[in-house]
Design a protein around this ligand. Structure first.
Ligand code: AMP
Ligand code: MG
Length: 333
């Protein structure tokens, strides 16, 4: 027994360290891309969370539409710039998704957003005539990609605000995974990216916010995927008792006003989730459902103005409605 005692002690110590290492949590909270962000990473490697945060800041420097030193600013203002693979790939991806979503996602919406004051905070309801003039400059076909360079037709400007956070969340997950992190929750202003399960091996519980209240309409039980929500309740201004939200319908130049309050997209790729949550919100419930039926490479939760939460069949089992929200639940098949 004497001989085994040191070995036994070693095994106990190893168990304790491995448990505490697995549960060791590094939390980083910071402000970037115009929103609050946090990274919770479990395990030994606390450096990895710092690296992920640095990557978000690097992407912000490249993709910001307002920062005079960003690549997007240079492209929009005809300045010469070396375009990084990040920026080039994300522009190309947005153009592809714009085509795929019938223009609902539109990376050339920026002149319209400027007119509404959404990027400056200088909010106003524009003159409809002015909006229709500006809409002439909106459309993925007005952007030319030639090898590594981008050229824009006169008056055309890019904004990657609808995809940048999703892309950044995916990059964070990649860095964490490559550093051996098995469990993490990345929250980039509501763009959620999960690595693995919770440290205890159970799925993460992600709330779907109630767009009209404080709480949640329901909880999603998720593992190793992204979940991104879009809605005009997230950023808006009110004038003459009318609410004007930050997601614009490129067909009209006006903030989206359809039967949807929010769209949450769940998939393995955060960039896809971000692109689609914005695009499906623009489409409205019926077209969005049809888009899901035609593609089926994602799942979705639609919160509608008629007090009903619609959930696609692939995620239905993982969604628990909050009964106190007073909403009805329907499945989309
Ligand atoms: P998200 O929060 O991902 O839905 O993205 C909304 C942001 O994307 C807005 O704040 C605008 O910067 C930009 N945006 C607004 N409408 C559109 C649109 N139809 N297509 C692409 N980007 C948009
Ligand atoms: Mg988006």
């Amino acid at each position: 027994m004497k001989r085994f005692f040191p070995i036994l002690l070693m095994i106990i110590c190893l168990c304790i360290t491995s448990c505490s290492n697995k549960d060791h949590k590094t939390t980083l909270s910071f402000y970037a891309m115009d929103t609050f962000m946090s990274i919770d990473a479990y395990g030994e490697n606390s450096q990895a969370a710092e690296q992920a945060k640095d990557r978000v800041l690097e992407l912000e420097d490249r993709l910001s539409v307002t920062d005079k030193n960003s690549e997007i600013f240079a492209i929009n203002n005809g300045l010469s710039v070396n375009i990084s693979p990040d920026t080039l790939n994300l522009i190309c991806y947005s153009l592809e998704m714009s085509e795929k979503t019938g223009g609902a996602l539109n990376p050339t919406i920026y002149p319209i957003l400027l007119e509404w004051g959404f990027t400056t905070g200088n909010y106003r309801v524009p003159d409809p005539q002015r909006l229709s003039e500006l809409l002439e400059n909106v459309g993925a076909d007005k952007v030319t990609v030639n090898g590594g360079s981008i050229s824009l037709a006169d008056g055309v400007m890019l904004d990657l605000g609808a995809v940048a956070k999703g892309y950044a969340s995916e990059e964070c997950a990649k860095i964490l995974r490559e550093s051996g992190v098995k469990s993490a929750l990345i929250n980039l202003g509501g763009n959620i990216r999960l690595v693995g399960n919770r440290p205890d091996g159970t799925p993460w519980n992600i709330g779907v916010a109630d767009p009209l209240g404080e709480g949640y309409v329901g909880i999603l039980s998720l593992t190793d995927c992204a979940a991104v929500t879009s809605g005009n309740y997230q950023r808006y201004f009110i004038e003459n008792d009318t609410v004007y939200g930050h997601i614009i319908d490129p067909a009209t130049g006006f903030p989206v006003d359809n039967d949807l309050l929010s769209v949450t997209v769940i998939a393995n790729d955060g960039t896809l989730c971000d692109a689609l949550s914005t695009a499906l919100f623009v489409m409205g419930c019926e077209k969005a459902e049809q888009y899901w039926r035609d593609n089926r490479d994602f799942e979705a939760v639609f919160v509608t103005k008629n007090n009903t939460v619609y959930v696609t069949s692939g995620i239905y089992q993982s969604f628990t409605l909050d009964e106190s929200s007073g909403s009805a639940l329907k499945i989309i098949e």
